[in-house]
Design a binder for this molecule. Sequence first.
Ligand SMILES: [Fe+2]
Ligand SMILES: [Fe+2]
Length: 154
Amino acid sequence: MAMKQESQQEPITDHIKKEHRKTDEEIAELEKRVRGKRDDSLDPVFVPMKKELLGHMAAEEKVLYPPLEKEVREKIADAIKEHKEIRKHLEDLTTGGEMSESEWTRHLKMMEEEIAHHVQEEEKEILSVADRIFDREKLIKLGEEFEKVEKQYE
Ligand SMILES: [Fe+2]
Ligand SMILES: [Fe+2]
């Protein structure tokens, strides 16, 4: 069976943080590649990044947020709103072929700022709570469920 290393054994919080760092790298790579208006040279980074982000957000909403609903209700409501904004940015960037170079770059920058803000809050206000209230076994179990949801987006 071809399985990702460490899969099945990773606490959900570590898994999510790793993906946050990966997104940072992908956005930095996109910024390096933006030279003209959106073209094929961006697709090898943008297309998989979009899928990963959609899977990541869906998995957070299905697996991470519900068991924390009582502890951090407002934070979760904010996080879900922010996910909506990020999805909207992803859509705008996908159909951005008609946009001028500066417009596409401006949208990318806006998404980057939205994500940076969201990730910071999520790690500080939500993941830290998960790490505090769940034991390692539970965190690993949630990590497995998280990956299952993500796989539906691959
Ligand atoms: Fe996240
Ligand atoms: Fe999130």
